[in-house]
Design a protein around this ligand. Sequence first.
Ligand code: ADP
Length: 190
Amino acid sequence: MVNIILFGAPGCGKGTQAARLAQHYDLYHISTGEVIRSEIKRGTELGKSMEGYISRGELAPDSIVVEMVRDYMLSHNDKGCIFDGFPRTTAQAEIFDKMLAEAGSKVDVMIYMDVPEEELVKRILLRGKESGRADDASEEVIRNRIEVYRAQTAIVADYYTHQGKYSEINGLGTMDEVFDRLTSVIDARR
Ligand code: ADP
């Protein structure tokens, strides 16, 4: 059983690589951003409560996101998981640790995918044209998401560094090159 956190700024390629890694290692893949977008699409109360945050490029409240992950873990506990976009604050990381410990599990590794800001903005604007994601269409919202990442999320790396679980890779290059760097880190840790 292995639990992997893919970490990095919006647009660094977490989603694409997480899906591929999940298939390669036969793990579940949870993207909290995807779960939130699906709640919004289905028009649930939970979705409605999060719509404003997402459209402004802010983070959804920790308590809501943590409960979403808890729910997911209850029905997906027979093998490990790739966490994509979670935890995004130190508070989320602390609760997550407790949640996993209660289930007799733990985080094995956090991998940071390093991509420069101008490349992030370029990638997200391109993705916005195809995905139709509203938060990918406006450069202002994208810059705000990157700012929120710097102000609230980047520090989560320190949390896992203290636990000796942090690794980083260069997120530039072809999808295959990045995938190979990720599997090298994971294979060395397993
Ligand atoms: P990206 O990382 O490219 O911005 P995501 O799909 O991971 O895309 O997230 C989209 C949005 O969903 C974020 O901007 C944020 O508003 C919300 N979100 C996703 N995960 C979390 C989380 N763990 N905590 C708070 N908000 C989140």
